[in-house]
Every structure is written in structure tokens, then in C-alpha cells.
Design a binder for this molecule. Structure first.
Ligand SMILES: CC(C)(COP(=O)(O)OP(=O)(O)OC[C@H]1O[C@@H](n2cnc3c(N)ncnc32)[C@H](O)[C@@H]1OP(=O)(O)O)[C@@H](O)C(=O)NCCC(=O)NCCS
Length: 333
């Protein structure tokens, strides 16, 4: 039998550019507390959130993605036509088909790349970075655009005490491309489907529509077990990502965990025994939990504020509905 030709790609991959989009509507805790019989102090103490952004009708999933991606592409120093694959991680594009990725690619002026959506909730961006890294090294695409985007305000019941103050909107994007040296460490990822009930939409859209008084199938979360799972298990996986990349916490410059809750961020930093010099992302304070967008948004802010600089080593760890998780060590672009 004739042997098939195999594709080969770059020796290594790295993130070449990061971009974010923060929606224009700022929602302070004071706008939410009466709806859920809470207080600014309770929300800040339990979650570390002071305010979040909720998108306006014009700030669609596509619009926010395109804005974030334009910045990432420009910072990567490539042309949209060079992108061979667009991966969009989202749970809030409300069409099962078509995916939003082809439309985003088209609006960006890409040259008909592979384009598809993935659903890995708050861990989606780290999944997309891992896939992008593998594609670049396998030769499936020279440049991969990874986008994490959410409009969770569309799916959050503002009267739900367990979610209304947490979930928010935004977009983040990264261009992954070839590199002479390793810039994206091995991914540590996995799923625990036996815990799927902890964060989920209440019912499917079909079930929701079959009701006499249909309402959006809101996101529901059993916060306490999620909190405990995230605080302990994620430290173990984050450490595994460091080990697999062959570095220690002392080598790190930046820690960018998924921005789910300020107390989870603190617990992870403590358990990992991060040294003083490691800067820790705290975007949650002003952005809430933007799910797949949270890590690129947090890193972009740290770069803009000089807390992270090009060449720094950053540790990502993300987790969410599924339950699923993914993390890796990356070189800051
Ligand atoms: C949601 C979360 C902040 C709640 O904090 P918690 O410490 O677990 O709070 P509990 O649900 O145990 O409730 C504690 C008390 O606060 C009260 N409470 C719950 N929600 C409240 C609210 N929004 N405002 C005021 N009080 C509230 C409860 O009634 C309870 O009161 P009691 O002690 O008198 O019975 C926390 O569980 C969490 O952050 N979980 C992880 C969420 C997350 O990261 N999700 C994203 C994963 S991608």
C-alpha cells in the first residue's frame, strides 16, 4: 500500500498576540443587590467582585469577538489572510448551527480558514490554545486564532442569588503561531462528567419552549461544591502543568487562573505556594466571571498595566461546567 504523505509543522508554537473587548455597560454591585437580597459587602467578601460588564444589544458575540481578534491579530503582526483556523469557545452563541466562527472569520477578512466553535465553558480558551499549539506543530494551520467570548448576561437570571452577581460578558482572543523555541507548554486537561449537574442550564431550549410560560433556560450553579472542587483540584492540575513544562513556581512571573471567584484565586495561589514575585491576575474585581473570555482579558490587562511583559512565563488554569478543566504554561507574547 502506498504510504500517505504526513503533514509537518513548526518546531514549536507560541502566542503571538492577545486582545480583549470589555463591554461598555458597567454594572456595579449596587445595581444587583436589591434583586437578590444581598449587599455590596457580601458580594465583595464572598467573590471579590466589585462590578462587572454586561453587553448592550449592539455588543453581540460576533461584534465583541471581532474587536478582540483585531487587536490580537494586529499585535501578532500578521495579516488576517494568514490565519488558517479560527476556534471560538463560547456557550452563549444561541444557534446550534451554523457556528459563529465562520462568520467571525469572514468579518475579519480571513481567507476562508477552517472555523468552528467549541463548548468547554470557562475552560474553553485554554482548550483552544492547546488545540492551536498542536495544529501549528502538526502543520494543520500556520496561524490559529483562538477566541473566548461570552454574553452570560443573556443566560443569567438576575433574581438568582447564586449566579446573578457572578456571570458577565466580554471577549478575549489570541493568535497562536510558529516559534523557534517552545512557547506553549504541554496541556493538562480533563473532564469529570459525573459532576455535570453542578453547573448547567436548567433545561434545554426545547423543554423551555414547551412550558406554558417559556423563559430562558437560565444557568444554574451549585456554588459551594464547585468552589471546593476549584480551590483544591485545580491546584493539583496547575502543578501538573508546571511539572509537564519542566518549570517550578519560582520560574513563573505571572499566574492567570480563570477569574471565577477572588477567593478561589487566593486559595490556588496559596496552595501552589507562589513566591512573592509572581503577579496574580485579579480581573474578577471589575469584570466578574466572563467564562471563556476571562483568561485572555486578565492577561491583556496585566500586560497593559506592566504587570506582565513579553517573554514572561505565565501559568494558565481554567475550569468550568462539564465539569472540565485545562491549563498550561505559556510565554507571554
Ligand atoms: C457562589 C459563592 C460565592 C457562594 O458562596 P458560599 O460561601 O458558597 O455561600 P453559600 O451558598 O454556602 O451560602 C452562605 C450563606 O450566604 C447566603 N447567600 C447565598 N447567596 C447570597 C447572596 N447572593 N447574597 C447574600 N447572601 C447570600 C446563603 O443563604 C447562606 O446563608 P446561611 O449561612 O444563613 O444559610 C461560592 O460558592 C462560589 O464562588 N462558588 C464557585 C462559583 C464559581 O466559581 N463558579 C464558576 C465556576 S466556572
Amino acid at each position: 500500500m502506498t504510504a500517505l504523505a504526513a503533514s509537518t509543522g513548526a518546531a514549536h508554537a507560541r502566542i503571538l498576540g492577545i486582545g480583549g473587548y470589555r463591554p461598555s455597560r458597567v454594572i456595579p454591585n449596587s445595581e444587583i443587590v436589591d434583586l437578590i437580597d444581598s449587599s455590596d459587602e457580601w458580594i465583595q467578601t464572598r467573590s471579590g467582585i466589585r462590578e462587572r460588564r454586561w453587553a448592550t444589544p449592539e455588543e453581540t458575540v460576533q461584534m465583541m469577538s471581532v474587536e478582540a481578534a483585531r487587536k490580537a491579530i494586529e499585535r501578532a503582526g500578521i495579516a488576517p489572510e494568514q490565519i488558517g483556523c479560527v476556534i471560538v469557545s463560547t456557550v452563549s452563541h444561541h444557534l446550534a448551527t451554523p457556528a459563529i466562527a465562520p462568520m467571525i472569520a469572514d468579518e475579519l477578512g480571513c481567507d476562508h480558514p477552517a472555523a468552528f466553535d467549541i463548548s468547554a465553558a470557562c475552560a474553553g480558551f485554554c482548550h483552544a490554545i492547546a488545540m492551536g499549539s498542536d495544529m501549528v506543530r502538526a502543520g494543520s494551520a500556520s496561524y490559529v486564532l483562538a477566541i473566548g467570548v461570552e454574553r452570560l448576561s443573556d443566560m443569567t437570571d438576575v433574581h438568582d442569588r447564586g449566579t446573578a452577581f457572578i456571570f458577565a460578558d466580554g471577549a478575549g482572543a489570541a493568535v497562536v503561531g510558529p516559534s523557534d523555541t517552545p512557547g506553549i507548554g504541554p496541556v493538562v486537561w480533563g473532564s469529570e462528567g459525573e459532576q455535570a449537574e453542578l453547573i448547567r442550564q436548567k433545561v434545554s431550549w426545547l423543554e423551555a419552549l414547551a412550558e406554558d410560560e417559556p423563559e430562558v433556560p437560565w444557568l444554574m450553579m451549585n456554588g459551594n461544591p464547585v468552589f471546593r472542587w476549584a480551590s483544591f483540584a485545580m491546584a493539583k492540575y496547575a502543578q501538573e502543568a508546571l511539572d509537564r513544562a519542566g518549570v517550578s513556581v519560582d520560574d513563573l512571573d505571572v499566574f492567570v487562573p480563570h477569574q471565577a471567584n477572588g477567593r478561589i484565586v487566593d486559595a490556588l495561589a496559596r496552595t501552589l505556594k507562589l513566591p512573592e514575585h509572581v503577579k496574580v491576575a485579579r480581573d474578577i474585581e471589575t469584570m466578574g466571571n466572563t467564562s471563556a473570555a476571562s483568561i485572555p482579558l486578565a492577561l491583556e490587562r496585566m500586560m497593559e498595566q506592566g504587570e506582565a511583559k513579553s517573554g514572561d512565563l505565565a501559568l494558565f488554569i481554567a475550569f468550568g461546567a462539564g465539569l472540565v478543566y485545562a491549563g498550561q504554561v505559556v510565554v507571554v507574547p
